[in-house]
Write a protein that binds this ligand. Structure first.
Ligand code: MRU
Length: 372
């Protein structure tokens, strides 16, 4: 999608130097557009953990690049295999909730194991990471093509009045390779000339909504309005939300959706007001080994400083200002689980389905190990 009028993706190999991975450093958005060079697996780990890059599909792809860089560097280690295994464990631990991370790391390790000799292993690592990037780009594009039918139908019902879509956090192109998950149908509708308007909530405490989604909408000419996190329910009661459209960091085989903290409250308000609640995700965000989201998905707990301080951007730097006593006890969960019963449908690259095990496996029968 566009940034400053130019097409960008979120992660790529540095032109002319395939030993360097480049990413848009999201810490500086929406004020500065900074590209960061990542030259080894440890820098990739830091970029994921400290959220220079974030969003489930992107951290999966970034972790794959981390394994690729580790493979290039593995010759310096007495046991290259042990080094790769240790890097895999470290990368997986960077952020626990998004399943894409372990999925991509395991895929890279398996692909490298199939190569014999360093040169072939390096080639397998490069091929596989580029495959992952291509697939995720394509997945997002297809999510857009599938999901736009829901916006088209709402637009017909509204006889061409703008379709009001409430989103949460940033499930945009910045969270993926391109297009996004929740935003992909929105961008597609906009491109097709279907009038849309997006309610972007701030998504405290890290403000991925106000800092990232609002920036994406502005850069790509999609009409939007920023709202406080608590405004969604009020807008739904007033009939000002036609659908809620969010992403997912991990979806279970029965359709429970783990996503940014606050998603569950949006789903409850949507249920109470008869507003459809859709979650969009590529199959790389579906955990085929998990059924019950509440008991089986690890929820990332983040540092208390995110609640104790507000940050303002001054002179190219984020400056912290306290907003609570420094000894205030804090609980800061990064994600929550929306149970399948509150999800109207899932939007995937293969189609739209009910948040139910049988419907998910109808689309993804190749993932059903019981049938294979
Ligand atoms: O903590 P973050 O910013 O990585 O959380 C991101 C989200 O919760 C997104 O909604 C999610 O990754 C959706 S996938 C594009």
């Amino acid at each position: 999608m566009k940034a400053g009028g130019r097409h960008f993706e979120t992660i790529w190999l540095k032109p002319g130097d395939p030993s360097v991975v480049q990413v848009i450093d999201q810490r500086f958005l929406p004020f500065d557009f900074v590209i960061e060079d990542l030259t080894n697996e440890e820098e990739v780990f830091t970029a994921i953990r400290d959220m220079h890059i974030r969003g489930a599909p992107l951290i999966g792809a970034a972790a794959a690049f981390g394994i690729y860089l580790a493979q290039l560097n593995s010759g310096k280690h007495t046991s290259p295999d042990a080094f790769l295994q240790q890097t895999a464990r470290r990368l997986k631990s960077a952020r626990p909730t998004a399943v894409n991370l372990s999925f991509c790391v395991d895929r890279m390790i398996m692909a490298i194991a199939e190569g014999s000799g360093r040169r072939e292993k390096n080639e397998r690592a490069l091929e596989t990471v580029l495959e992952i990037v291509d697939e995720e780009r394509e997945n997002s594009k297809k999510i857009g093509e599938q999901g736009v039918s829901l916006i088209e139908a709402a637009s017909r019902r509204k006889t061409g009045e703008p379709v009001n879509i409430l989103t949460h956090c940033n499930a945009g192109w910045l969270a993926c390779i391109d297009y996004g998950t929740a935003t992909a149908p929105i961008y597609k509708a906009h491109e097709m000339g279907i009038p849309v308007h997006v309610w972007v909530d701030e998504t405290r405490p890290r403000n991925q909504g106000s800092r990232l989604t609002a920036w994406e909408m502005a850069e790509n000419g999609v009409p939007y309005t920023l709202i406080a996190d608590n405004t969604g329910g009020h807008l739904m009661q007033k009939g000002l939300v036609d659908m809620v459209l969010v992403g997912s960091d991990r979806t279970t085989i029965r359709g429970d959706v783990a996503n940014k903290i606050g998603t569950y409250l949006k789903a409850l308000a949507a249920h109470d007001n008869g507003v459809p609640f859709y979650a969009a995700m590529p199959s790389s965000s579906i955990d085929w080994s998990v059924e019950d989201g509440l008991s089986e998905i690890p929820i990332e707990e983040r540092g208390g400083d995110e609640l104790l301080y507000l940050e303002t951007y001054t002179g190219g730097k984020w400056v912290r200002t306290p907003v609570a006593r420094s000894d205030t006890p804090v609980y800061n969960a990064g994600f929550d689980i929306t149970p399948a019963r509150l999800v109207t449908a899932l939007i995937t690259e293969r189609g739209i389905c009910k948040a139910e095990k049988s419907a998910i496996f109808d689309l993804f029968h190749d993932k059903n190990t019981k049938l294979l």
